[in-house]
Write a protein that binds this ligand. Sequence first.
Ligand SMILES: [Fe+2]
Length: 345
Amino acid sequence: MPMDKRHKNLKNYKGEELTNWTEKEKESLRELWNKKPKKDILKKLPGRTWKAIQSKARREGFYNLIDDTLEKVDRMRDQELLEEISKRGYIAYKQEIKEDKEYKYDERVKTYKLGIVSDTHFGSKYQQLQHLWDFYRICEHFKVDAILHGGDVCEGNGKLYRGQLYEMFMHGAQNQLDYLVKNYPVKKGLKTYIIGGSHDYSFYKDAGYDILEHFADRRDDIEHLGYWGAFLQFGKVKIYLMHGSGGIAYARSYKMQKIIEQFAPEHKPHILLLGHYHQPCYMEGYRNIEGFQLKCFQSQTPYLKGKGYFPVLGGTILTIHQAEKGLESVDIYNKVYYVPIKDDY
Ligand SMILES: [Fe+2]
């Protein structure tokens, strides 16, 4: 079928009518292909999409082996790439992130006292550094055994939502790491166990950079348990420390309820600590689980304001009493900071 008939009445994605390539356009393509960058080629061929230009170059035989290889590599999944590299005699591996690992702590202790924090977002203009330090002071006063952090330790790469970059005072993984090492609260003899959330993970997603692993390397009082979730066994009591995903539902308790319902019986913890939502909720004994949705240490950002969410600042101290086979009871101490501190960085 002649080209002009085939293209009659056809439109590209911009709604522009598709036309045959003119001799002048073909000449330009011949001149520019493999010599000029993509933006110059697009400028010289207005009305042609990059996809159309690529396929024309292929049909005209301008494509070479490098173009084909690059395009193929672009389309390959990580696993395929690794296999291809190993076929050529090289050793390459992608560092796996830790997820849902199990940790066991001292079994002889009868009662554990744990400080719980979450979503500290270091690097955000809305971080609440002084309140966090104050909460650590309270934890020290109450002689807690350890502190657990429910994720989003740092603000991340700034690409999680449009406009996030402008809500940050510190950009880049190295800068945020240095800032964390220097400013994250320290109390003598007190360890903080952290899991990573979506913001911490953003650096890994971007470039395979595990900021929390580096943070734990540089601070003796920090232990990195992995991303998204970790099982912690304190004597007979099993705690699942988790970072949720997605937005908060219409009802604040909904997400936690669904998470509790999804635990397989053999993985069911006694206590669930759920970070990410920045709004607290306590669900007593649902499926025999004590569910705590955690507060945060980041005041309301323009992003949250736009969505109509109001975060609650603060931390929790849980005193966990063990029974013969599991949990006997939990005492809850809630510390809420009702007034956020502006520009706390
Ligand atoms: Fe968060």
